[in-house]
Design a protein around this ligand. Structure first.
Ligand SMILES: [Zn+2]
Length: 476
């Protein structure tokens, strides 16, 4: 869904001149730079937007690279399926089999599809690959064809170097992540025999940033995701003529219920991932916000401390389930008493909490006169609280710091958005957003937007990043 949308935490500002990270050469050797550029160009120029029928071409291109590197055709599966109605897409699953596996496989996730880009809005053709001013440009450069290229080439580079993994490495590239996410749903259920793993590494998450002066900010490692669920709150009433108001009224009753939802605070919850996040974050905050973080870490039952944290725009949504009214619909004529009024309340639910529990809590707040029902068109998939695997965090941190130095921090993170990863988390496979892409914040945050780009060095670094991480996690 998105990358580089990481916490933009401004650390103490010193005006010292830093070297521009975009202008530094990549440590990837020039032969591999050329191979990376060539594959990147090919994949960017395939417009893998939903309903254009281009996904099989991209999947075949990747599959051909893997076959040429010696992955047997029988271990590569291109699975056709429908995405959103009328979109014939594919998911590609390829396995590099260990000669003697001593551990369960690692699943490497990515998506081949991109969000639509209109030629007229961009300053150049979004499906023409360009290099300009130290950047690669084109739709999908940041979200997330750089990750597809980097993971594919890292596997091939490892294979050519004679590396022997101690476990199977599985590439799982979907073709409808930006739309229906059917590939991830099937991948986590009916194709589980092809995808089962100890854990997943998602190239569509993680990533880092430098500020405009070239100072390292941080890399984020996405390790948990909230569950998305919308509810409808409906008040009904016999209505009547507006010249003769009744004591009860659908609009007032709904308004009363919404004010209670507004005032309500769900119970704060601290888990592995957010504990690690706030332990890092509090180091930047010397004032009241930092004090609240330290108090909450010491005592997760301290609701007042959690309230203070939650009130910060940088931290909103990280301490608890949040529900907010987003739409209203009610009444039918200006001279009639309303017969019904309905509010849409969108909730972002903490891992480990069932949407049914949130529904019960909303019902208790709204009272029996209000009907509370989940939106039937999208039933959220709850995820369990999964552990932050220390060896995975260590491998990601080592890969990041090898390329960016030890002053680049790595911060585990719970995202409030939704990606393919959650389908696997919901069946118990922990997934970590672990890409090595980076940019200048906020100038390079253009995923889904205009003139999308990634620093040339970041695209090359990303191959080394994945190679380093996989060597660590699948080496002997
Ligand atoms: Zn994405």
């Amino acid at each position: 869904m998105h990358r580089l949308a990481m916490l933009l935490v401004a650390v103490a500002t010193t005006a010292s001149a830093q070297t521009n990270p975009v202008a530094q050469p990549s440590k990837l050797d020039t032969a591999w730079q050329a191979r990376t550029r060539a594959l990147f160009e090919q994949v960017i120029e395939i417009p893998t937007v939903a309903k254009r029928g281009e996904m099989p071409r991209m999947a075949k291109l990747i599959a051909d690279q893997l076959k040429a590197a010696g992955i047997p055709a029988g271990d590569i599966h291109i699975m056709p399926h429908e995405g959103i109605t009328g979109d014939q897409t594919v998911t590609m699953i390829a396995r590099w089999r260990a000669e003697r596996a001593t551990k369960k496989p690692i699943l490497i996730l990515g998506h081949m599809d991109v969000v639509e880009a209109k030629r007229d809005d961009w300053s150049f053709d979004p499906f023409e690959f360009r290099e300009e001013g130290g950047y690669f440009l084109g739709r999908g450069t940041a979200d997330m064809k750089s990750g597809i290229v980097a993971t594919t080439l890292a596997l091939i580079k490892l294979k050519e170097s004679g590396f022997r993994p101690n476990r199977d490495l599985i590439l799982f590239f979907t073709g409808d992540e930006e739309t229906a996410q059917v590939g991830a749903l099937k991948g986590s259920t009916e194709w589980r025999n092809l995808t089962d793993a100890e854990f997943g590494l998602n190239a569509d998450g993680g990533g880092g940033s430098y500020d405009r002066t070239g100072r390292p900010i941080s890399f984020g490692m996405d390790a948990a995701e909230k569950t998305y669920q919308t509810y409808f709150l409906t008040a009904r009433n016999p209505g009547g003529h507006s010249s003769r108001p009744r004591p009860d009224n659908a609009i007032y009753d709904l308004a009363d219920a919404l004010k209670k939802v507004q005032a309500h605070r769900f119970e704060p919850m601290l888990m592995d991932v957010t504990r690690a996040y706030f332990s890092e974050r509090q180091k930047d905050e010397k004032g009241p916000l930092g004090d609240a973080m330290r108090r909450w870490l010491a005592n997760p039952k301290d609701g007042a401390a959690a309230d203070l944290i939650e009130a910060s725009p940088l931290e909103v949504g990280r301490t608890r389930t949040r529900c907010v009214a987003t739409m209203l619909d009610g009444g039918h004529a200006d001279n009639a008493l309303p017969q019904s009024a309905r509010a849409t309340v969108n909730c972002r639910i903490m891992p480990g909490v069932e949407p049914a529990t949130v529904q019960t809590e909303l019902q208790r707040l709204a009272g029996n006169a209000i009907e509370v029902k989940p939106d039937p068109s999208f039933i959220g998939k709850p995820t369990p609280v999964l552990p932050l695997l220390p060896h995975v965090v260590a491998a990601y941190t080592a890969a990041v710091q090898r390329l960016h130095g030890s002053s680049m921090r790595v911060i585990p993170n719970m995202t409030t958005g939704t990606t393919d990863a959650n389908f696997f988390r919901s069946v118990g496979i922990p997934v970590f957003g672990a890409d090595g892409g980076w940019g200048i914040s906020p100038d390079d945050e253009r995923a889904h937007g205009l003139d999308e780009r990634i620093p040339v060095r970041a695209a090359y670094d990303n191959v080394l990043h994945w190679e380093t991480m996989l060597r660590e996690l699948a080496g002997n």
